[in-house]
Design a protein around this ligand. Structure first.
Ligand SMILES: C[S@@+](CC[C@H](N)C(=O)[O-])C[C@H]1O[C@@H](n2cnc3c(N)ncnc32)[C@H](O)[C@@H]1O
Length: 247
């Protein structure tokens, strides 16, 4: 992936847009296109584009932060050498899987995303990371899909930068949570606003109930997920916990 060759222009710092509205211009032989960062299908189609915009330009640190917190929690609980069977939900083009492989011992890493372009990008750019990768909608899974996932006996669920903003809805996250075994590690991040009283994504209420009934939180870490296009820090919570029972 030679992202140096990508011709990208960013909007002026003065434009303050909501995260899912942020855009940039990409110039190719076919001309200039305006692409929103959240148009994942278009972004993943261009090798190195997601990495250049989200990781280099906007300094996203989340895959490293989240997998690092999981590693730390496992060490604290004397599980440094346990092998994980991980469901990477909202896996995108595989960056989280890559960090996960570095950070902890894994028996299996399985990716799930809702768009074909994510799987295609993984097959193209990171073919050795996942033991399997499914394109499915976990908010309305069919029995066959649930059985295919169930047979992995997951003992960890990881979701990075994929909750809220019209991405993974609460019901899909609940279905993924219920797929993994009791006592599994549950690690994810979410924009801080979605865990506050002004939340309109549904996550604040779902998380409150989940934490009361089914999820034992070990760590809640407030940190800068990435910069906005205007250069402002965007803060998220990283949550590390353990599943107690189905929600
Ligand atoms: C910001 S990207 C994050 C990708 C990856 N986790 C990372 O940190 O690099 C969000 C991903 O969530 C996926 N996504 C959105 N809605 C989804 C859904 N309902 N089920 C599964 N994946 C979804 C998108 O296709 C996209 O790949």
């Amino acid at each position: 992936m030679d992202s140096c060759k990508l011709q990208i222009e960013y909007p002026s710092k003065a434009s303050m847009l909501e995260q899912n509205e942020e855009w940039f211009h990409l110039t190719t032989d076919e001309g200039q296109q305006r692409i929103r960062i959240h148009e994942y299908d278009r972004v993943y189609d261009v090798p190195g584009l997601y990495e250049e915009v989200v990781y280099n330009k906007l300094q996203c640190d989340s895959p490293q932060v989240i997998t690092g917190l999981l590693k730390e929690a496992m060490e604290v609980h004397g599980e440094k050498d346990s092998a994980l069977r991980v469901l990477d939900f909202g896996a995108g083009n595989g960056i989280v899987g890559e960090y996960l492989q570095e950070a902890v011992d894994t028996e299996a890493i399985v990716g799930v995303d809702i768009i074909d372009e994510a799987k295609k990008a993984v097959d193209r750019d990171r073919p050795d990371i996942y033991d399997d990768y499914y394109v499915m909608d976990l908010s309305i899974p069919d029995d066959k899909e649930m059985q295919a996932l169930d047979r992995w006996n997951f003992n960890a669920l990881i979701t990075v930068a994929a909750l809220g903003f019209g991405d993974i809805p609460t019901q899909a996250f609940i279905n993924a949570f219920n797929l993994v075994e009791n006592n599994s590690w549950i690690v994810f991040n979410i924009k801080d606003r979605f865990l506050g009283d002004a939340d309109d994504s549904g996550y604040n209420q779902t998380m409150r109930e989940m934490i009361g009934q089914s999820l034992n939180v070990h760590r809640k870490h407030h940190y800068c997920h990435r910069l906005s296009m205007a250069g402002e820090p965007l803060h998220y919570y990283a949550i590390v916990g353990r599943k107690e029972n189905n929600f």
